[in-house]
Design a protein around this ligand. Structure first.
Ligand code: DON
Length: 566
């Protein structure tokens, strides 16, 4: 099996300046603003979001505008047919998080992705009508707006509607991706062709219009939640699902609700890290790994060295082993959050760490105790009052299941693949799972999405997050370590190459130029397997420093960072 069919293949990593040793002083290539900042894969969406802030809207208003704009401009992952997580710091300093992850339909069942011989069939969980969870993005963005927004919803959706109606110029990278899809069967291709050029390949020199998506967005602007979860849009989804052998019903859509959850909080070298708790594994794993690493002086060990890579990999290996057994939807599974985040537990897990030898994953189990192409996208925003917003959203694979609901322009997710279809059988990211993440009706599938805020003494410091499936967590980890431990500017922290280990497969995965040839030799001598791969992550981030906001667009994917001044 190819474990990474949808990875951010072919995205080129721009070489950035090497670590300079400067402490937070070099902000080269970061965009500066003092009144507001946004970083995402959509330059057009960012312009609309900054306009919202300039006209008195707050960071949530701007995030709603950007979230819907991403569904138009970045169909790879921006969506209304998918789901995500938001972590938000309010001007008062309170941090909240909203889980708008997809849910399994009520008719879903444990073995729904097994074929007649009892083997997991990835085609079903990735590219069929069964692949989609009940979408959460629309409910999520509307719920954020209802509680914290300040401008009328219709005004916030207007830019996305205009982009869909008037058409947009697509990025050259997207032209290639669209045309790659055109060679494959699937309704996404049919839709692209119908809406654009009557079947001819995209050239990137035409405006791409999406009139059906515009109509759906208008319905949401006029009717709010009902415009998506009831009425003709919901009926179109249910009709297509029943036609194509899916399980999602009108009732599933009507009953979908996003949930406010307690954010996960940990402290690291005097900083507070706030991230997403279950059903995302991101926050807990970040906390676990940082707890394991905190006793070591990472800066002194040295960025890019074999010693540091080995240490970080061993911490990652232990945390991902725990993920596979202990993490799942907290509404269905008792997640031992306090235990996993406990500093003493982390230190205990690292007791058998050997600085000279790799632990073998097959000899390492999850912790036990007596009582017991890929594509996603992340956007970061901050407004003049220090309201910080980190949202990671996804259809799971690039363009999700590639199913477009007729008459609506809605591209559906294939998030059901994030469940553990069968114990011991890896999903598309090579992740293993068991009972905690088995399929159950209305359950949320375990995620790695890790929208994260960092504060210091209650004040904003860093907003980050990333796509990348299982590598999301280690991407966020590396951005945090690069800034806090290695004193990098935010541009360097985000642009530097990355590595990753997830317990199984038992190998260090590393992006282009992440590890030098002699580092690789030393790691091999310690007993590590090595697996080179395409660039990891797309961590659109904002650092708050010296009274200004410093926005960075990760160079691995297009988009922009945009700010403005008071
Ligand atoms: O929730 C998750 O962990 C996955 N569905 C995320 C998928 C992803 O990041 C794909 N992107 N690169």
């Amino acid at each position: 099996m190819n474990a990474f069919p949808n990875a951010l293949v072919g995205l080129c990593l721009l070489a950035l300046s090497a670590y300079s040793g400067s402490s937070f002083s070099a902000h080269q290539s970061a965009v500066r603003g003092t009144a507001g900042m946004v970083s995402s894969t959509s330059a057009l969406g960012n312009e609309a979001a900054i306009e919202v802030m300039k006209s008195g809207g707050n960071a949530i208003d701007a995030a709603v505008t950007l979230g819907f704009a991403l569904a138009v401009t970045y169909p790879e992952a921006g969506n209304i047919g998918g789901g995500g997580f938001a972590v938000v710091r309010l001007p008062s300093g309170e941090v909240v998080s909203l889980d708008h992850r997809e849910r399994a339909p009520a008719a879903a069942y444990r073995d729904m992705f097994l074929d007649e011989s009892g083997n997991a069939d990835a085609k079903l969980s990735l590219n069929s009508h069964l692949a989609s969870g009940v979408p959460g993005t629309v409910d999520g963005l509307l719920k954020l707006h209802e509680r914290y927004g300040s401008k009328p919803l219709a005004d916030l959706l207007a830019p996305a509607i205009e982009m869909a109606e008037q058409g947009i110029m697509i990025e050259p990278e997207q032209v290639a991706r669209f045309n790659r899809l055109a060679g494959k069967p699937g309704q996404w291709v049919a839709t692209v062709e119908k809406f654009s050029r009557g079947g001819e390949a995209f050239t990137g020199r035409e405006r791409w219009k999406q009139p059906l998506l515009a109509r759906t967005l208008r319905e949401i602007a006029a009717e709010g939640r009902q415009g998506f979860y009831e009425g003709w849009v919901a009926e179109s989804i249910a009709r297509e699902m029943s036609r194509g052998g899916g399980l999602m019903s009108l009732d599933d859509l009507k009953r979908y609700e996003s949930v406010w959850r307690d954010p996960v909080r940990t402290s690291y070298r005097g900083y507070d890290i706030w991230s997403m708790g279950p059903p995302s594994s991101g926050g807990i794993l970040i906390a676990q790994i940082l707890n394991m690493l905190e006793p070591f002086n990472l800066g002194a060990i040295g960025w890019g060295s074999a010693r540091l890579t080995h240490l970080v990999v061993e911490a990652e290996r232990r945390a991902y082993a725990d993920r596979s057994v202990h993490l799942g939807d907290p509404d269905f599974w008792e997640v031992p959050t306090a235990k996993l985040m406990d500093v003493n537990y982390a230190r205990e897990r690292m007791k058998d760490f050997d600085p000279e030898r790799a632990t073998l994953s097959r000899e390492l189990a999850a912790g036990q105790w007596a009582d017991e192409s890929e594509d996603t996208t992340h956007y970061s925003l901050i407004d003049k009052d220090g309201m910080m917003v980190a949202i990671t959203t996804t259809l799971n694979s690039s363009f999700g299941s590639q199913l477009v609901i007729p008459g609506t322009g809605i591209l559906m997710n294939n998030e059901m693949d994030d469940f553990s279809a069968q114990p011991g059988v890896p999903n598309q990211f090579g992740l293993l799972g068991a009972e905690a993440n088995a399929i159950q009706p209305m359950k949320r599938m375990l995620s790695s999405m890790t929208p994260t805020l960092v504060t210091r003494d209650g004040a904003p410091f860093l907003i980050t997050g990333s796509p990348g499936g299982s590598t999301i967590i280690t991407t966020v980890l590396q951005v945090i370590m690069n800034v806090i431990d290695h004193g990098m500017s935010v541009a360097e922290a985000v642009g530097s190459p990355r590595f990753h280990h997830q317990w199984f497969p038992d190998a260090i995965q590393f992006g282009p130029r992440a590890l030098s040839p002699d580092t690789l030799d030393l790691l091999q001598e310690k007993g590590h397997q090595l697996r080179p791969r395409s660039a990891i992550g797309d961590a659109n981030s904002i650092l708050i420093k010296d009274g200004a906001y410093w926005g960075v667009k990760d160079p691995r994917e297009f988009g922009s960072a945009l700010g403005y001044d008071r």
